[in-house]
Design a protein around this ligand. Structure first.
Ligand code: C5P
Length: 219
């Protein structure tokens, strides 16, 4: 039997992760946080001191990187649990530069594609509906104004005890979106057949309800 695939794409802080996680839980779907994989690559290369402009060395270095996603929940790199470490502002700052590279995207493509065979899946990221799962059963694109997204992200960082100013968070979000939306390969944009949902004025619960309804109508 062919499994159901739902994609949720959108910019940083649009609520994708929380929404995808909660909807997946409600419907008993598996959940793929594709950003976590890009973050793991960024952290790995950052720790090795390889800058984003050294594509040759990145390609070589990635051969020694083994990514393992356990229960689609925790992410391991060469046996080390990096689930928390990939959420730092340091990773936020560099991840888009690494994610724009063809050698990185090529490497991660099949890793993501292969997850579709296991069970019904909600995949969340930037290019889930456009590139990785173009034949998804339902594609959703979440958006929200930059200020709202920065507030959400800042609160999240504060709750985790990360010391960073709101202005820095805002600036980082705007920078990251611009990089993600303007890269040549798999830029951040809604698929032609995506349903676009503006979450600026909605609570998390409202978005989750809305997305759950859309899925129930479609599959
Ligand atoms: O979703 P999250 O904010 O964790 O993603 C981190 C970064 O990973 C994004 O800013 C983007 O550069 C990259 N990414 C990507 N394609 C995806 C998911 C994330 O390029 N499908």
């Amino acid at each position: 039997k062919r499994h159901v695939i739902i994609t949720i794409d959108g910019p940083a802080g649009s609520g994708k992760s929380s929404v995808a996680k909660m909807v997946a839980q409600r419907l008993g779907f598996a959940y793929l946080d594709s950003g976590a994989i890009y973050r793991a690559v960024a952290l790995y290369l950052l720790q090795k001191g390889i800058p984003p402009d050294d594509e040759a060395q990145i390609e070589e270095s990635l051969k020694g990187m083994n990514i393992h996603i356990k229960d689609l929940q925790r992410i391991y790199v060469n046996g080390n649990d990096v689930t928390m470490a990939i959420r730092s502002p340091q990773v936020d700052e560099v991840v888009s530069s690494y994610a724009a590279l063809p050698v990185v995207r090529r490497r991660l493509f099949s890793l993501q594609r292969d997850l579709r065979d296991d069970r019904d899946l909600i995949a969340e990221g930037r290019d889930m509906g456009t590139v990785v799962f173009p034949d998804a059963d339902l594609k959703i694109f979440l958006k929200a104004d930059a200020r709202t997204r920065a507030i959400r992200r800042w609160k999240e960082l504060m709750e985790r005890g990360v010391d960073i100013s709101f202005d820095d968070v805002y600036y980082q979000i705007v920078q990251r979106d611009e990089k993600d939306a303007n890269r040549k390969l798999s830029p951040l944009m809604p698929a032609e057949d995506a349903i676009i949902l503006d979450t600026s004025e909605l609570t998390l619960e409202e978005v989750v309800d809305k997305v759950t309804e859309l899925i129930k109508d479609r599959v």
